[in-house]
Design a protein around this ligand. Sequence first.
Ligand SMILES: [Zn+2]
Length: 208
Amino acid sequence: METEKILIIVDFQRDFCNPQGSLYVKGSEEALENIKKFLEENLVKEVILTLDWHNYDDESFKVNGGQWPVHCLQYSEGAGISDELMKIIGEHELPYQIFRKGDDPTHEEYGAFEKKIQMHNSDNIMLVNHLETSMIMIKPDTEYVLCGIAGDYCVYETFKNLMKHGIKPRVFMDGMAFINQKSLWMARHSLTKDGKAFIGEKFDLYER
Ligand SMILES: [Zn+2]
């Protein structure tokens, strides 16, 4: 029987995925096409959507001394999830949960799941963001698949968070868009070769 999957889609927000967005990442359209195909071809039971969720005074913004243009301001249009992606999720009638991160202006939070809380009398854990304002229940016996934007920043750091908490997600490379370093993932392959596999044309070698 095919394993049910939970798809984690990192930061698929208008500021990142629309060409007019303030921090547009090239390749987002192709990533979305591939996510669409993935949802058609796989048994996905739920989607987890992470949101980059900043205050005006975020220290990662150039205007405040950081390296990024202002992006994903809380409740702004640019912080909204891609309309196209929401349409696809709706068409598949998929339940989804939202997980917000990046809301501490003094703390750079690329990865979504910084901390974990072990549940009493259960193998389930709760993953939380830096300020513990967002949390999500994770069941270790479920298959998690990871994709989103940007592959070399927030998706990559989210992957590292999950590995740190003992969850080995499958990595859906074709469902990602990259700011510049797609190759970053090659170096991580040793982390996953005895665990979950990569999914994507570049990483078929590591399929289970
Ligand atoms: Zn950000």
